[in-house]
Design a protein around this ligand. Structure first.
Ligand code: G4P
Length: 522
């Protein structure tokens, strides 16, 4: 059991859209023998075949809406990559996936540097103390000075960095990467872009000149000296404690610097860590099974309308057909066909270990955040929902189908597609999302999966925030004053719908004892 746990690496590759996440994932799968599309396959081809395109809507739009899992063995390690949606309107999905990983690789576009989504994702990693490795991609393009990029990463992402590889020139003159971690020179031949020639020489060897020329050799030595002078020596423990982010440079498209990243990653990345439950911390080595649901996807197979709930195994061994406790429902459940995920297929499994993701057929019994145990009353703490930024009233557009609509909305909210608030003043339902696309997904899925029709109506809101107070009188007077803007979330908690930033800050000023929360867990 301990051996199984220590060889597992469960992580997500995350990035601002277009930085190269899909391309890098594809290259990892290639090394894992999961796909045979050797060479530089255009990354959108994999989008058509990979597991992340299960949902019809994804196929239509060519974007990845749902999160899927890819598993493979590499050098004796069991790798579980949790894929995340490529489109930033589905950022919430990505945040939730980050609750199930033990580490993350952040891909940054070398020409663009840190972008909005990179910043947000790093924030989520920081909230959970998730160790991150940064891969600076597209070094084959004219980009920014690597030292400037490192400074920007430190400044914008508020984390110390430590380069473990270093580019020899960039753009058209990009010759390769010096692997600081292994003291190896990896050469890149622009005429044969798919080939990585590996030469094992130290930066101080006289042979360096014969490989990269005098000027670049000098520059490289200067750079390495500077790195060693400026950045403290790499220390695995500081990385695992999420205090330092190792940085790699390369080009995912050209498969360059990728294997170096993967080799170092499997060595230094943490195996499954203890998981926090409300009651106690759960060690992966504990003999009894525990796990939680972090993701639900619908319609994986359009012929059988069913959902799959993704369960992260936190401790013990998960076994097929074994009775487990569904803590929220207080019910015993068994799974006769749990699945694991490969790049392009899924197969039934008999057992799974901590760090693994098990796909459980779900006919509506699961909600995001549900805990499964071998009998113990435990509640894993998930990632809070973030206060949404876009709002619309949802209205029934087919009076004959109101039941279907209710059921559809309820299940989609259980899946975490968006957040539902009920305005206490007029009883109308408001859907809050982080992006426009989610409204389209909801409408499409209500029609296709629930045979229900909805219509959106505008509502002008700036932010929804959860409020609480120990001063009951003040709380009541606030709710009275703002009665038109008060709503309840699905758990029945009080939510204030501020229609402008000004109104919100005035409310914060006037009602000193009320706490305004911008995430749902406080
Ligand atoms: P994402 O999942 O993070 O959104 O990014 P994705 O991998 O889809 O990559 C975005 C674009 O960047 C793709 O180009 C991809 O080919 C390109 N790209 C990825 N890695 C590198 C690299 O190392 N160097 C260079 N020069 N480009 C890279 P596209 O034009 O959007 O798609 P395609 O037509 O090339 O497939």
């Amino acid at each position: 059991m301990n051996q199984e746990i220590s060889r597992r690496r469960t992580f997500a590759i995350i990035s601002h859209p277009d930085a190269g996440k899909t391309t890098l994932t594809e290259k990892f799968l290639l090394f894992g023998g999961q796909i045979q599309v050797a060479g530089a396959v255009k990354n959108n081809k994999i989008r058509k075949t990979a597991t992340s395109d299960w949902m019809e809507i994804e196929k239509q739009r060519g974007i990845s809406v749902s999160t899927s899992v890819m598993e493979f063995d590499y050098n004796g390690y069991k790798i579980n990559i949790l894929d995340t949606p490529g489109h930033q309107d589905f950022a919430e999905d990505t945040y939730r996936t980050l609750t199930a990983v033990d580490s993350a690789i952040i891909v940054v576009d070398g020409a663009k540097g840190v972008e909005t989504q990179t910043r947000k994702l790093m924030e989520v990693c920081r909230m959970r103390n998730t160790p991150v490795i940064i891969f600076i991609n597209k070094m084959d393009r004219e980009g920014r000075d690597p030292f400037d990029l490192l400074d920007e990463l430190e400044e914008e992402l508020s984390i110390s960095v430590r380069p473990l590889s270093w580019p020899i020139n960039i753009g058209a003159k990009f010759k390769g990467v010096y692997n600081i971690y292994e003291n190896k020179l990896d050469l890149f031949k622009p005429d044969k872009q798919r080939v990585t020639e590996k030469v094992e020489i130290d930066v101080n060897s006289n042979e360096l000149e014969s490989h990269i020329g005098e000027q670049d050799a000098r520059q490289l030595r200067d750079d390495i000296e500077l790195i060693d002078g400026v950045y403290p020596e790499f220390d695995v423990e500081s990385y695992r404690a999420a205090k330092v982010a190792p940085v790699f440079f390369g080009s995912a498209l050209n498969n360059f610097g990728v294997q170096e990243l993967l080799n170092c990653f499997v060595e230094i990345a943490p195996s499954p860590k203890p998981t926090k439950a409300e009651e106690r911390d759960i060690d992966p080595e504990e003999p009894r099974f525990t796990g939680f649901i972090f993701k639900i996807t619908a319609n994986i197979d359009p012929n059988h309308r069913s959902c799959i709930a993704y369960c992260k195994v936190c401790s013990g061994k998960f076994e097929r057909n074994h009775p487990y406790l569904h803590v929220r429902l207080g019910k015993t459940v068994r799974f006769s066909s749990p699945t694991q995920f490969m790049a392009q297929r899924k197969s039934t499994i008999d057992e799974a270990y901590p760090g693994d993701i098990v796909g459980l057929p779900d006919n509506g019994i699961f909600k995001i955040g549900d805990t499964l145990t071998d009998g113990e009353q435990l509640h894993f703490r998930g990632l809070p929902s973030f206060s949404p930024e876009m709002f619309k009233y949802i209205e029934n557009d087919d009076p004959m189908k109101s039941k279907q609509l209710e059921k559809g909305i309820s299940q989609l909210m259980d899946e975490g597609v968006a957040q539902l608030f009920v305005n206490q003043f007029n009883g109308r339902k408001i859907i809050g999302t982080v992006g426009q696309l989610q409204f389209e997904v909801i409408q499409y899925r209500l029609e296709n999966e629930y045979n229900a029709k909805c219509r959106w109506e505008p509502v002008h809101l700036y932010k929804a925030c959860w409020i609480e107070s120990d001063d009951e009188a003040e709380f009541e007077s606030f709710k009275k004053r703002k009665f038109q803007y008060m709503a309840k979330d699905r758990e029945g908690r009080d939510v204030f719908l501020a229609d402008s930033g000004y109104v919100l800050s005035m409310a914060q000023q006037d009602f000193k004892h009320i706490r305004f929360h911008f995430t749902s867990e406080f």
